[in-house]
Design a protein around this ligand. Structure first.
Ligand code: MF3
Ligand code: CO
Length: 269
């Protein structure tokens, strides 16, 4: 047996949750996924350069579709489990999975999450950013700042041979300290060879709990931070859009990361 197998087996024997070997990417896979992730970042940069008050979320969808396809990629959300568009656009009290719409116009003071996922040569990448449309009020500004801090603290807590729960703890405690809550039932995921792979990544679990972080693992850090209650409801008509139950603001930032031998690398953000 190889050293890695012995290490994983020993941890498992001690009751730790360890990743299946199929979740550990090979150097060749990492190179291919990196190319997908680079395109994903370029799509987000393209959105960042054009997003402004007065445009519709359908305009954002067209920016994403056209840029992705003209660079040889496929937008991963398009037709994914019936999702009808190329990107998720989630404004103000929408937590995630907002569907771009011609009638939905960005207004000065809005905050919006644009969640971009890309397939390139069969390899998957995924990241999202928050955008403030024009001048936003202090409430929105604080939420955007704290959400960014949460993800950065989560990233700092990600260490090879640590645990997913270390990331969750860093995120959840910073959110709570600022009077916010973290959505519980929706989380991050493994990614690379598929859009959504194991593990499910919670941002509310305790330090030292959940899966051990093994070099070669790839997953997303994408907490949803709510001003008020962490609870939500899903739009009954479209089956996708997730709203805060109390109409409070929600923000989300998503980084896609790779656990390495000596740390963590952000692949797209
Ligand atoms: N980053 C989001 C996620 O992992 C993207 C969802 S795309 C959708 O859940 F098609 F599922 F909406
Ligand atoms: Co994701």
């Amino acid at each position: 047996m190889k050293n890695l197998d012995i290490k994983l087996w020993t941890l498992q024997a001690k009751g730790q949750i360890v990743p299946d070997k199929s979740l550990l990417k090979t150097p060749e896979q990492i190179e291919a996924i990196r190319k997908s992730a680079d395109l994903n970042t370029a799509v987000l940069d393209h959105v960042a350069a054009h997003i402004k008050a007065g445009m519709s979320t359908a305009d954002i969808d067209r920016l994403v579709y056209d840029y992705t396809v003209s660079h040889g990629g496929i937008p991963a959300p398009l037709n994914y489990e019936g999702f009808p568009k190329s990107v998720c656009t989630s404004i103000n009290n929408v937590i995630c999975h907002g569907i771009p719409d011609e009638q939905e116009i960005l207004m000065e003071g809005d905050i919006i999450n644009v969640d971009v996922s890309t397939i390139l040569n069969g390899y998957y990448s995924d990241a999202s950013r928050m955008f403030a449309i024009g001048q936003v009020d202090e409430r929105a500004e604080k939420l955007l700042r704290v959400t960014k801090e949460c993800v950065e603290l989560g990233l700092k807590a990600a260490k090879p041979w640590g645990h997913l729960g270390d990331i969750a703890y860093a995120i959840n405690s910073h959110a709570r300290k600022n009077g916010y809550s973290v959505v519980e039932e929706i989380g991050g995921h493994g990614i690379g060879l598929e859009f959504h792979e194991d593990p499910f990544v919670s941002y509310v679990t305790p330090k030292g709990s959940e899966m051990v972080l093994v070099p070669g693992m790839m997953f997303t850090i994408e907490p949803m931070i709510n001003e008020g209650s962490p609870d939500f409801f899903i739009d009954e008509d479209n089956g996708w859009t997730v709203y805060t139950i109390d109409d409070g603001l929600s923000a989300q930032i998503e980084y896609m990361v790779l656990i390495t031998e000596d740390g963590v690398e952000v692949l797209t953000k």
